[in-house]
Design a protein around this ligand. Sequence first.
Ligand code: UT7
Length: 334
Amino acid sequence: MYNSRITGLGKYLPETVVTNDDLSKMMDTNDAWIQERTGIKERRWIKQGSDDTSAIMGAKASEIAIERAGIDKDDIDFIVFATMTPDYYFPGCGVQIQDLLGLKNVGAIDIRNQCSGFIYALSVADQFIKTGMYKNVLVVGAEYHSNGLDKSTRGRGVTVIFGDGAGACIVSREEDNSKGILSTHLHSEGKYADKLIVEAPSIRHWVPEIMEAGEDDLSYFPHMDGTFVFKHAVVRFSEVIMEGLMKNGLQKDDIDMLIPHQANLRIAQFIQKKFGLSDDQVFNNIMKYGNTTAASVIIALTEAWEEGKVKEGDNVVLAAFGSGFTWGSAIIKW
Ligand code: UT7
């Protein structure tokens, strides 16, 4: 059994900043409500007319991760791409990355696990490295939400939360057994699928059906029962972090850095309090980027590392919860 380690990190955020005041010009919302309920001050949205998409942003983040890992792109053995906003219904973004980066004809899969997508993707890469099948796996999380949101007052409960962006990392075989990804923990509860969902277009609700329903049909915009999701999130986040700590014989006090999925600053603060962590033991950047779903954990991890907040020897905990429901954690000795 081999060990696996994150050897390179990269992120890409579109340039256009959309503030809460900008949103209040599109819909009935305001800066005070958004900041108080979510902690978000601004987010990035891809500018209309820009070439950026989930795959293209993912490729830009990947180039940085590959360079920082100090490997050649020909050393990449496999691609795992997590997104809930793929460029196309099919094929997935993973194959686009293979082409955009000019990689060898390596395998590529897409992970459809929304906010937990990056944790799931990391877990897949981790297994491929640990079994010895691959030496370097490119893991990408990228989202292009802004083109698919309801920007009228109707959609304000969801639209103010989501942002665009991408992150990527290289997971590599590590000879030193004292560091790397210690374990990952994945869960799902499909009976709550309708609590956070985009129903159409889908094979069940194809284009003619949407067009016939006309203006009143909202099925092609994200729907979220926010309060219900919030209540489940705080419970599942806590459970899955504890599960990861226990698996590795660690205590709450052993956490050096917790990087939660950036869903809502109030969720992160609840978890911080529950685990008795100080402000410098939890990394949040939702204030700047909003919720970038499958990209959020990897963007946050990259930024924490760039700011010197993730150091060699640290116990780093990643955790996420979201649509599905799905949730997961990863425990890493950096
Ligand atoms: O990332 C995947 C997982 N996602 C999450 O974990 C998200 C979890 N949920 C949440 O973060 C929160 O539930 C939200 C931020 C989405 C909503 O916050 P809330 O405190 O649960 O508010 P609410 O949905 O109960 O809405 C309260 C009020 C409502 O008005 P009334 O019925 O009390 O008159 C809403 O219509 O706030 C109104 N409202 C808004 N007002 C101004 C909803 N959205 C907005 C808005 N601006 N953008």
